[in-house]
Design a protein around this ligand. Sequence first.
Ligand SMILES: Nc1ncnc2c1ncn2[C@@H]1O[C@H](COP(=O)(O)OP(=O)(O)OP(=O)(O)O)[C@@H](O)[C@H]1O
Ligand SMILES: [Mg+2]
Length: 496
Amino acid sequence: MSTQKDHLERQNRKLSILYDIALTVGKSLELKEILDDVLEKVLAFMRARSGVIYTIDYETLDMVPVTYRNLSDELVTDLTKNKVKLGECMCGNIAQFDHEVVILKNASADPRFTRESARKEGMDFYAGLPIKAKGKVVGVLCVISHSPYDLDEDLLDVLRAATLPIGLAIENALLFETARKEADHLKHKDFEGIIASSRKMLDILTMVRKIINVPSSILICGESGTGKELVARAIHFNSLQRERTFLAINCAALPENLLESEMFGYVKGAFTGANANKKGLLEAAEGGTLFLDELEAMSKALQVKLLRFLQDRTFYKVGDTRPVTVDVRVIAATNRDLQEEVRAGRFREDLYYRLNVIRVDLPALRDRREDIPPLIKYFISKFNKKFCKSVKRVSKEALQAAMNYEWPGNVRELENSIERAMVMAESEELRLSDLPAEIAAASASGLDWSMDKVEKEHILKVLDIAGGSRKKAALLLNLDTTTLWRKLKKYSNWGK
Ligand SMILES: Nc1ncnc2c1ncn2[C@@H]1O[C@H](COP(=O)(O)OP(=O)(O)OP(=O)(O)O)[C@@H](O)[C@H]1O
Ligand SMILES: [Mg+2]
């Protein structure tokens, strides 16, 4: 009697977790909220302490740990800061090959954990289950125990079933997020030519939109090639002054006196060679925008003159004593840390504070890797037109290399690399070999982690032990000879 009751209770518990999860996933569209809740329930059901749920970002090929419980700080920092790539380490492989992994004892010692942080985690039990939606892996659910764990196979079966509603929830939430991003994109539709997909860049565009018609000067900071001039132009050409002039000058490109006379103009006789009065850029840009690039290169004497102009819109031409007043908005850009320049005594503090009121910070491309795939797509279509080509896509390896690379030259370097690759490309696909060598080299770190690579190394080692005999090797590997032959053939095509 009591065993029947036990049995019923167990059945009840199993059904209730499925029901509970189905309810949870319908409650919200916020992915993190749902998955937090789901993980909590799954761990209680499995009577395990620790776990992670990853989703997969197919644009960046990142495994995103959306929620986790009771993992060491070191592992969490590693997983969140240096995201595991699809195909890398254990969870990346579960996702890539859509296969479940259950390790009953001493899990951290399993060689499939290639990350140092996972090996040091001291996991004893590990179950990693692919989460699917419409036949595609959209995430991985991991249940972990750091101490000996008695697995109940029945519960594992239920957990497998539970991955279905979780998959649907992930799919829905991602669709919702895409729709939300698209709505944001539409809002920024008029920022033509600025590709932005990362949250960081979308937030910056939202901020830029707010300052478009504020008459104050603006400081744009960012490493070289992050798009400072592009943003400055977007501000001007979306403002009420868009019909007026936009002029740009690079403060690093001219010696001090030339920069002064270019900016402020001069009167006849001001210096040898000043044969007539000349208007400066400030006057020429009346009613519009003057863009001062590489501002940090401006001499301190000129900085004083610029500060005066910013304060009361008035300046003196070189050699003149009559003040000139113009209405020009100044947008300055720098790729230096201006505060540091102030500290080092190279930049005036008062000018810095004057400019720093409205400031746009453009992040380095390596800090917003989500923008890489859409930028590549954009540059491909740009250069298809320029070179009359019909490149349609990027190979997975080439994309992976682009995602791994550090891009010290930021978007400009990416643009130049795609331009070069398009010249090299002989098919409809941009391949790894079309990319500049230093970028192609970045692919190795991504690919080396893959299970395929481990398998290849293992097979080649066994083949070596078997003295090159495929028959013996197949026997040792517990594979049939055709399978081994097929795998060897695949390896010989790798890297082509
Ligand atoms: N978000 C973006 N979308 C599309 N193209 C971009 C984007 N950001 C930059 N670019 C392109 O990258 C190149 C470099 O941009 P830009 O000249 O604006 O950079 P910068 O920050 O002014 O660089 P530098 O400090 O070297 O002057 C340009 O060709 C620009 O069109
Ligand atoms: Mg520039």
